[in-house]
Design a protein around this ligand. Structure first.
Ligand code: F6P
Length: 358
């Protein structure tokens, strides 16, 4: 009996999506030959809801290992709206189940981050055969030591920090580099250490601007004419940490603050007298070709997912635990995220190096 496998990519794109799709497809064809057909679903869950899909041919999975983004297209379809019927009057969950049936799928592979996994779990609870694959530059999926996309983003973010060093040194400035990560500081922590940042601020550790300025002044006293800050986009200070999310947003709006990084740069200038600039690499961190590390990881994850398909192990997501590729139950990981613990080894490394963490 021929198996029909659906595949979709959902949420923000990242390097390694195509490499994973390729890993899945090549391993499926290798293991099952003509007994497998792959159905590409366009733009994530949106394509599953709207019935936007097509049967893919083996040649479509060639030449994509090094290609960034996703050949399937992606979209953010928020989990919290999945059971909400909007103006279009579409019952999204029923539509996804109907299209799964219409496509005659034996299994659906969902490549994505935390939101994607919540919906994957919902579909699994609704009786569909689902397998997840963990992507995100944020590296914050519960139950896996690493997600594909993360290391490429660390490479790009590190290069951004490397490149501002020259201006910082030449102009005797503070340079604040805003890196992606709203809730999780992994990318900033790793790139900050790799790029030799002097101050690293992450959402998990609310900062005190006095400590940041003291670190800059101390460096100046030691004869260092510049400081580099790696700051996650989602940071907040100790005062904001006491507030609810909405209250924090309202206060920032009232004060005309666009981002915390913007504010930090101004505060440094005012409080230390150091000329300060900030820069935001933004979506460059998610763009382009995956690094060799991510190509390998994506291939490991993709081929493992193919094995799960063949063995008919569903309701799981692929993960890396202590260098072993494993399958975690979707219900065990959905709705949780993996943030940087205060006592994480890399936090200790940063402290031992005398870096300021705010
Ligand atoms: O989840 C990945 C991520 O890149 C976050 O780090 C960032 O906050 C967010 O996506 C940006 O999303 P968008 O591309 O939708 O602006």
């Amino acid at each position: 009996m021929k198996k029909r496998i659906g595949i979709l990519t959902s949420g923000g794109d990242c390097p390694g999506l195509n490499a994973t799709i390729r890993g899945v497809a090549k391993a499926l064809y290798q293991r099952m030959g003509n007994n497998v057909e792959i159905i590409g679903i366009a733009n994530g869950y949106s394509g599953l809801i709207n019935g936007d899909y097509r049967v893919m041919q083996p040649y479509e999975f060639s030449g994509i290992l090094t290609v960034g983004g996703t050949i399937l297209g992606t979209k953010r379809t928020p989990f919290k709206l999945m059971r909400v019927i909007g103006d279009d009057e579409v019952d999204k969950v029923s539509a996804m189940k109907k299209n799964y049936k219409e496509m005659k799928l034996d299994c659906l592979l969902c490549l994505g981050g935390n939101g994607t996994h919540k919906t994957a779990n919902l579909l699994s609870e609704e009786g569909l055969h689902v397998i997840g694959l963990p992507k995100t530059i944020d590296n914050d999926i519960y139950g896996t030591d690493v997600t594909f996309g993360f290391h490429t983003a660390v490479d790009i973010a590190t290069e951004s920090i490397d490149r501002v060093h020259t201006t910082a040194g030449s102009h005797s400035r503070c340079m604040v580099v805003e890196l992606m990560g709203n809730k999780a500081g992994w990318l900033t922590l790793y790139a900050g250490i790799a790029g030799g940042a002097d101050i690293i601020l992450i959402p998990e550790l609310p900062y005190n601007i006095e400590n940041v300025c003291a670190a800059i002044t101390k460096r100046a006293e030691q004869g260092k004419n510049f400081s580099i800050l790696a700051v996650a986009e989602g940071v907040y200070d100790v005062e904001e940490a006491k507030m609810k999310k909405k209250e924090r947003a309202a206060k920032r709006a009232e004060q005309g603050i666009t981002t915390a990084t913007h504010r930090i740069a101004h505060q440094i200038e005012e409080m230390t007298g150091f000329e300060t600039r900030f820069c935001v690499p933004g979506h460059m961190q998610r763009g382009g070709s995956p690094s060799p590390y991510d190509r390998v990881l994506a291939t490991q994850f993709g081929t493992y997912a193919a094995k799960l398909v063949e063995e008919e192990i569903y309701g799981v997501t692929v993960a890396m635990n202590n260098n072993q590729v494993v399958a975690n139950r979707l219900e065990d990981i959905a709705g949780k995220s993996r943030l940087v613990p205060e006592d994480h080894g890399m936090i200790h490394v940063a402290r031992r190096m005398g870096l300021c963490l705010g």
